[in-house]
Design a protein around this ligand. Sequence first.
Ligand SMILES: [Zn+2]
Length: 111
Amino acid sequence: MSEFPPCPACAEEITYPDMHNYVCATCGHEWPMQEDTEAEDKPKFRDAHGTPLEDGDTVTLIKDLKVKGSSMVVKMGTRITNIKLVEGDHDVDCRVDGQKLMLKSCFMKKA
Ligand SMILES: [Zn+2]
């Protein structure tokens, strides 16, 4: 038994990794290790309890949040619908009372 996936071209199990590809020793077919690279590139967005978040989710704030550059405070318990996840320190792009805000996923929980 090989620890690597069988060849998608000839289904033989004698395969080996070569850089970012797998190579079949039987027919020479090469194919990318897609699953591994995708898993690494994919950002992991989680709420305060570790629940994975996705675009379009509805969340509830678990603490009052001051909005940077304004006097606005988003109150604990505020329900935010249709969030959008982005990479960065403030990873949740959303709208509260019609205002576009960037918040942190660690201050919210999935509703
Ligand atoms: Zn093969």
